[in-house]
Structure formats: structure tokens, C-alpha cells
Ligand binder design. Structure first.
Ligand SMILES: [Zn+2]
Length: 312
């Protein structure tokens, strides 16, 4: 009996601790924008690597319904630049890999140069998923709640008119959101919502706040695939401090941890103690935040990550 219990425990714990990765791209083979473009030459090697090392590249739809599995990979592409249609798509087709494009609907609808058009998107929808990335790509945390609501409504309406069905997924412009923005977007009833905070996903992830790992410029996908999921409940900070000074960080982490690493944008990593599953760091000298968008991460020594975001 003990054996059965042990085997069951191992099976269960391995499924709970599965690590899946959602990657984020913007442009493909576009030398005008080296920092947000990836080369398809590099990407071909990455795709080959995934194929040879037991990763399964799946649609977001599959992923969000099988979060308890392991080594799933999903690819997402934000904004809707023409370079995917011109360069990236061919490679995805060659490998038979699905993808999801999050479009900034104003750019598509107003036919901004450098973006795909509706005809191209309707064609791509045969091979991948099309979803939304707001109407006009604003910093949502700077808008009034009613404006966030209108922007999202408009994005959905225009999408429906041109694609013939409502979008299933949403990704935040610039990956920026706070609790208020999140509540508004969530109320629209999307199947899942995506951020840009680095991290893996599994069955413990919040389906309305799924981590994606950006692949930009020069990167090493093997390193990104080593990032594992860490459950963390962030208590503080919840908001960007009014005086721009971070005084305290409080978070709940798994109880077996004794020390973790804490990252703050502009200040890098530091090792901090954990007391009975609680990280509670009060800074003797408050930390003067350097950026409007500040990321905090907690990382274990075996590369499990969880992030928190505060935006001014
Ligand atoms: Zn974007």
C-alpha cells in the first residue's frame, strides 16, 4: 500500500510541477528593429532543438487545457507586424508549429504600413489563432477605467466584424497592467490573459495572468527553457509607491525554501532569507525606483521563478 501511495504521490507531484513555456515574438528578420526582431535562421535551430529534445509545440488552446503536462511550448506574436507574414510564417508551416498572433487592432484596421491586413490574418487563422492586444496600444495603467473598457470593446467589435468570431485571448500592450486594469479586462470573459513577465506556466498558474517569455534579439532558448515555475503569493508591493520609494517586499513562497533571490528592476538580484515560507524584507534605506515599470522577481537556486509588476 505504501508503494502505491508513494507512486501516486510522485505522479501527482510531477504533474503539479510540470513546466511549460509560452514564448513571445514581435518581428522576424527585420534588421531595422534589431532589438525586437528574431532571425529565422536562429529560429530554425531553436525549432529543431525543441523537436529533438522532447518538447511539444502546441496551440494556446491545447496548452491552457493541459497545464498539468510538461514540456509544452506555445508561441505567441504581439502587434501583428507584416514581417511574420513575410518571413516567420514559412518556418512555422515547415515545422507544423501552431502560433497565436495578438493584434493591435487599430494598426490593422487603419492599414498602418508594416502591419498585416485582415485578408492576411484571415488566411493565417487557418494555421494559428488570432487574438487581441488592445485597440490602440496605450499604456492601460494611464487610462481611466472607462477608457480601458472602451478600448477593449472597440478591439473586440472590430475583430468580430473582420474575423467573424470573437477573440478568445488578450495580451496587455507592453505587458503593463495593475489590479484595476486586470479586473476590467478579466470581466470581458476571455479564455485566458497574457502578460510579459518571465516565467514558466503549469496547473498552478493563474489563467488570467499567464507568463510569457520574450525572445528578442540574441537569446539562448535552452536557457529560457530551463526557467521553471514557482508558486508565489505577492502581498507587497501591490501598487507603485506614491513617493517612488520601495520600502518593503512581502511574499509567500513554498515552506521548504530557506533562501531565495529577489530581483528589483535597476538593482539586480540579491539573496534574501525565507522564514517559514515568508519573505519579508524591510529596506533600511528605501529603494528609489528607477523605472516607471518596475519588475520584481523571486527566483530559487534551482531556477524556479515568479514575477510581480508595479507600474506608475
Ligand atoms: Zn505590443
Amino acid at each position: 500500500m505504501r508503494w502505491i501511495a508513494l507512486i501516486l504521490f510522485l505522479l501527482l507531484s510531477s504533474s503539479i510541477w510540470g513546466d511549460n513555456h509560452i514564448f513571445l515574438f514581435h518581428r522576424f528578420d527585420d534588421p531595422r528593429h534589431p532589438s525586437t526582431s528574431v532571425s529565422t535562421k536562429q529560429l530554425r535551430k531553436d525549432f529543431q532543438y525543441l523537436k529533438e529534445h522532447g518538447y511539444r509545440v502546441v496551440s494556446l488552446d491545447y496548452l491552457i487545457h493541459h497545464m498539468n503536462e510538461d514540456k509544452l511550448v506555445a508561441f505567441t506574436i504581439d502587434d501583428g507586424y507584416e514581417s511574420f507574414y513575410l518571413h516567420g510564417f514559412k518556418l512555422f508551416r515547415e515545422f507544423g508549429y501552431p502560433f497565436t498572433i495578438f493584434i493591435y487592432t487599430e494598426a490593422i484596421d487603419s492599414e498602418y504600413s508594416d502591419f498585416m491586413d485582415w485578408v492576411e490574418l484571415r488566411y493565417l487563422a487557418k494555421f494559428g489563432e488570432i487574438a487581441i492586444h488592445s485597440y490602440n496600444h496605450s499604456h492601460l495603467t494611464h487610462l481611466e477605467p472607462i477608457e480601458v473598457m472602451r478600448d477593449t470593446q472597440k478591439a473586440i467589435e472590430i475583430f468580430k466584424k473582420n474575423m467573424g468570431y470573437p477573440p478568445k485571448y488578450y495580451s496587455y500592450p507592453y505587458g503593463e497592467f495593475d489590479k484595476d486594469v486586470r479586473d476590467i479586462i478579466e470581466a470581458f470573459g476571455f479564455d485566458a490573459i497574457f502578460n510579459q513577465s518571465i516565467g514558466a506556466v503549469n496547473s498552478e498558474s493563474d489563467i488570467y495572468n499567464l507568463n510569457r517569455i520574450p525572445l528578442l534579439g540574441k537569446y539562448d532558448i535552452r536557457k529560457k527553457l530551463k526557467i521553471r515555475f514557482l508558486p508565489v503569493e505577492w502581498f507587497q508591493p501591490h501598487h507603485y509607491p506614491k513617493d517612488g520609494k520601495l520600502k518593503r517586499v512581502i511574499a509567500k513562497v513554498p515552506e521548504n525554501l530557506k533562501r531565495v533571490q529577489l530581483y528589483i528592476s535597476g538593482y539586480g538580484w540579491r539573496v534574501v532569507p525565507v522564514d517559514n515560507g515568508i519573505v519579508d524584507i524591510e529596506f533600511q534605506k528605501p529603494i528609489k525606483l528607477k523605472y516607471r515599470l518596475t519588475r520584481l522577481f523571486i527566483r530559487t537556486f534551482d531556477n524556479r521563478w515568479n514575477g510581480n509588476l508595479i507600474v506608475k
